[in-house]
Design a binder for this molecule. Structure first.
Ligand code: PLP
Length: 508
């Protein structure tokens, strides 16, 4: 889990009762008032501790799907987004999506990628009537899929804050990917500052350079003398200090943010539409998974009527999700049982977006979801296997939702990176390698399998070197990133000092 923290405290102006004409969002724990898209945009958890989901999934017709096949990525994003963000005028959404999904932001840096496709696909192999395809989600500024959603979030936040004449100070902790995606999304945005804690000298040189080379005056990198857990503890301490949090207008951008999930729904549509010619065809996706944010978007696309056959969750050695999809038992891990792996962005002990799927699996019974996730806190998990003494038998219904899973190890990653390079001349990163390894176990004749590429190999050079005996290719513009001037503050792991720094730079 990367950026930590709780719900944002912003004075949201109560809207009149005409609100009901907008799409309503409900909490998975059933005890929070329904809200509109804009009301939950800047927030985190619902007040009852649950996660927001639309009261009903908007549906996509076959005719719509056919019409969407020829749209640009930006215009496809508009079509999907306007089904969810019904309280934002369409013309404004159009301006936001067109500003976000441009060839300049998603630079298609790799040889062979066609310009302006945003998420280009390439067929790796075609065997026994089924294709294995990579969909690149990592052409954004930080070379990882989190840019796909975070870039839109930056523009949506700026737009909404300007309307409310409000400002927001994003505070989080990062060990790598999410922090840099957030900073690149929020840099130069009016009304927004970012204060990001990271463990001093613990990130890779590449990741450090990506974050610390940002010179924008609204971005503050605080390098903490400690480990990631110290950073995370300070974020928790601040989010428990309601007075400070309110006065300083502190918010977060963690992976449970609903707008991030919606932005991710778009590329499932894009992938499907790119490999099919008619809506009678089905496609499967394999998704390298950690916090279940990415694959949750696939679940939502499927619930909207996108003809997805299988949704395959690929995990690394941290196999909480694989265990659940194989057995129906959800057992979160303690920090001591969470391994540091060579696909570090999937090193999670519990999957923060998983509750959204469980809510649907349980027929949207908020009371049961609340009880199960309280049990996660008190007893470390729950059991839906249907065995005597279990918490339910919904495991038997998982197939209806298309979910399958598999896991991959360090050795699998090395082998897969080598295979894909040898056989197809394509260098993939460690997380995508977990995806390819598992995807190969679920190929079905006649159904294309799309693996979501979640990062470029340049971010994980050590493992590339180990697998291939040479350095990862670096996209244009990143050749000398470590040599750029860096802007950061070193600070003790002391929450008093961190708070003083924030207050000193917000003027609040
Ligand atoms: C965040 C991340 C993942 C995991 O995505 P979730 O939404 O947390 O499941 C996988 N790969 C990379 C490179 C990531 O940055």
């Amino acid at each position: 889990m990367d950026v930590a923290g709780a719900a944002v405290i912003m004075s949201v102006i109560p809207l009149p009762s005409t609100l009901s004409k907008f799409m309503q969002y409900v909490s998975t724990r059933g005890q929070a008032p329904a809200q509109s898209f804009s009301q939950i945009l800047l927030g985190g958890l619902a007040p009852d501790g649950g996660l927001y989901l639309p009261a009903e999934y908007p549906q996509v017709s076959g005719a719509e799907l056919d019409a969407w096949r020829k749209l640009s990525y930006a215009d496809l994003a508009l079509e999907v987004l306007k089904k969810f963000a019904t309280d934002i005028p369409e013309a404004d959404l159009k301006a936001l999506t067109r500003k976000t999904y441009t060839a300049a932001v998603y630079r298609n840096t790799r040889v062979g990628d066609k310009a302006a496709e945003i998420t280009p696909l390439r067929v790796l192999e075609e065997k026994n009537g089924s294709k294995l395809i990579l969909q690149a989600l990592s052409n954004g500024p930080t070379l990882a899929f989190k840019d796909m959603a975070m870039q839109l979030l930056g523009n949506l936040f700026e737009y909404t804050l300007a309307k409310q004449h409000a400002e927001l100070n994003i505070f989080g902790a990062t060990s790598g990917d999410t922090g840099s995606a957030a900073e690149y999304a929020m840099r130069g945005k009016k009304g927004i500052r970012v204060f990001m804690l990271s463990p001093h000298k613990k990130m890779s040189a590449f990741q450090t350079a990506q974050m610390f080379s940002l010179q924008d005056p609204n971005i503050f990198n605080l390098a903490i003398e400690g480990v990631f857990d110290d950073c995370q503890d300070m974020v928790k301490a601040v989010s428990n200090d309601l007075e400070f949090k309110t006065r300083q207008k502190i918010g977060t951008v963690n992976s449970i943010n609903w707008a991030r999930v919606v932005a991710q729904v778009v590329y499932y549509f894009r992938g499907y539409l790119s490999v099919t010619t008619g809506n009678d065809q089905k496609v499967s996706f394999t998704v390298p998974s950690g916090n279940f944010g990415n694959i949750c978007a696939g679940h939502i696309a499927r619930m909207m009527g996108l003809p997805i056959d299988k949704l395959v969750a690929a995990t690394n050695e941290n196999d909480v999700l694989d265990e659940f999809f194989r057995t129906g038992v959800y057992r979160v891990r303690k920090s001591a049982e969470t391994y540091h792996t060579s696909s570090p962005s999937m090193d999670i002990s519990k999957a923060s977006n998983f509750e959204r799927f469980i809510y649907d699996l349980l027929g949207r019974d908020g009371d049961r979801v609340r009880a199960l996730f309280q049990k996660v806190e008190t007893q470390g998990g729950f059991d839906l296997s249907g065995k005597p003494g279990s918490d339910g038998d919904e495991f038997s219904r998982i197939a209806q939702y298309g979910f399958q899973s598999g896991k991959s190890t360090h050795q699998d990653r090395l082998d897969t990176i080598r295979d894909v390079e040898d056989d197809y001349g394509v260098m993939i990163d460690t997380h995508t390698a977990d995806g390819v390894k598992v995807a190969r176990e679920y190929m079905t004749p006649g159904v294309p399998m799309i693996v979501l590429e979640t990062a470029l190999p340049a971010k994980f050079n050590e493992t590339i070197l180990e697998a291939l005996g040479r350095d990862a290719e670096r996209p244009a513009g990143f050749e000398d990133i470590e040599a750029l001037p860096q802007r950061f503050e070193v600070m003790a792991a002391d929450v008093v000092q961190v708070k003083a720094f924030i207050a000193g730079h917000t003027g609040l």
